[in-house]
Write a protein of this length. Structure first.
Length: 131
């Protein structure tokens, strides 16, 4: 498993090595308030890390772990919330993660079983289909 971490600057077409990723496998990633967030695991022991680019440093962000196995999922960011469609069991579940207060809420979901569905947002609307 690779733990190297890189930053790409498209204006000069250059990659720069950064501090290595903590943990083994990154399961869920997003950015909010100037930090990059990663849920990483070692033998399914999940940790939530935040990356601060100004000092090239990873730190434990909080101990709030999602209410499901972070594996097969799709997610979108609207304002300061991350909406996660989890479909590990084939029957999707929709969650809202509020990183600023570190809480997860289960939201209502309509629809049947899906695998690798289309899931995206335009503005404040979330769209789901296929799969």
């Amino acid at each position: 498993v690779q733990t190297d971490f890189w930053a790409y600057n498209p204006s000069i077409n250059q990659w720069t090595a950064k501090k290595k990723l903590p943990g083994n496998v990154s399961r869920f990633m997003y950015s909010v308030n100037g930090l990059g967030h990663v849920y990483s695991d070692v033998n399914f022991n999940y940790k939530h890390y935040a990356y601060n680019q100004s000092v090239d440093e990873w730190q434990i962000f909080d101990e709030v772990i999602p209410p499901y196995v972070i594996d097969l999922n799709s997610y979108v960011k609207i304002d300061n919330s991350i909406y996660v469609l989890q479909y590990n069991s084939g029957v999707p579940e929709l969650f809202e993660f509020k990183p600023l207060v570190a809480t997860w809420d289960r939201l209502p979901y309509r629809g049947g079983k899906r695998f690798l569905p289309v899931f995206f947002n335009v503005g404040n609307m979330i769209y789901l289909g296929s799969g």
